[in-house]
Ligand binder design. Sequence first.
Ligand SMILES: Nc1nc2c(ncn2[C@@H]2O[C@H](COP(=O)(O)OP(=O)(O)OP(=O)(O)O)[C@@H](O)[C@H]2O)c(=O)[nH]1
Ligand SMILES: [Mg+2]
Length: 429
Amino acid sequence: MKSKDTTHINAQTSKPKAILVGVSLPGTPSSEVSLEELEGLATTANYEPVATLTQRLAEINPKTFLGSGKVEELRQAVEHHDPEAVIFDEELSPRQNRELEKILKCRVMDRPWLILEIFNDHAQTREAKTQVELARMKYSLPRLTGMWSHLSRQRGGIGMKDVGETQIQLDRRMIRNEIHKLEKKLVQIDKEKKTQRKNRQGTYKVALVGYTNAGKSTLMNCLTGADTLVEDKLFATLDATVRKIKKNFPYPVLLSDTVGLISKLPHDLVASFKSTLDEVRDADLLIHVVDLSHREYAKQMCTADDLLQQMGVDDIDILTVFNKVDALSDTEILDRALHAYPSAIGISCKTGQGIDLLRQQMVFHYEKNLAPYRLELEHSQAMLIQEIRKHALILKEDYTPNGIALNLRLSPEAKAKLESILKRSINPN
Ligand SMILES: Nc1nc2c(ncn2[C@@H]2O[C@H](COP(=O)(O)OP(=O)(O)OP(=O)(O)O)[C@@H](O)[C@H]2O)c(=O)[nH]1
Ligand SMILES: [Mg+2]
């Protein structure tokens, strides 16, 4: 198999250096694009990519992942650049990781671990920190060797610089204990979150989902005027932020911004981000934000769809939104995308294009699931209206000499909830 030579990139900063390795496996067209994303991930994790090495693999070597010739090429590149780490775009088995570190005499990490480093760096809340820590422990358990610890140097500005230490210090049993403790802590956090979610029952809940960097947080800000962290980097948002929108909607909408999705997301991370994902599962509508200006938008959409399916959210309404239409090189791209997804909307958070239409669609999606009801109250029960408003969409309040007649729209769950509060049944209008 012919393979490309190591490509050298000029390093200009004093960040820890990294050599990136990408392979295209049988059946995949090229490794180029995937490496571009790895470069983005490495930069986000504060590494300076100094060289890339790609190979078209006919089969994976169970011991060293790459073939022996390529490993030798990589060894020479390591000798030449003296990087802090060699980063593979694929997941390596613990054995491959160990063998490569032995041969290269350098820290070797794979894409899932790099993603975990970024998550570790960006985690802000107790919940996100616990989730990342748990995923990190689970990931390192089968990889405990301390092999490269004598080679490891301090990495500036990165949250995981103590990993080498940790690997030597904690034996498997301690890690297992730690995992147990973290899992218990997460159950507790999960309970608190559940209570918070229960209090939000009856309000229209919309969650923004999509590939990392698609513009979810920007759209959140656009719709709510909130000041959510927006950055042109991967995984800017790790915690689900929930905001109530009152402006420009006929009734309050709870909007949540969620963690970005990416291909080859570490499995343990998906599992431990359960309660963030519960935010998604709990929504009445998902807005799938797609960066239409990205060359690989179709692939990113598929990845996001797959992950959403893995999370078990295929029964929730999804509204696809093609964002960043202002940045398109060719307007035909939007026409083609809308042709393929006729119910999608093209928007730009930057210029505001399509945002009004998006609001209308959000309202439409909500109201189509609500049935009309009529409720009669006595005047003395007027104070109940405030409580009813939490669960129902009140279209009309008629004050008559005999009492108050309300025209409502209710989802089946809201109807059940209201009936239990009022201790009587509500009749269709
Ligand atoms: N040109 C253009 N850029 C946009 C638009 N919307 C968002 N962006 C930019 O895209 C980048 C990513 O935006 P974010 O809102 O942080 O993306 P995200 O989906 O929340 O990303 P993660 O939290 O990392 O998953 C930022 O630099 C935004 O300014 C848009 O409509 N047009
Ligand atoms: Mg974000």
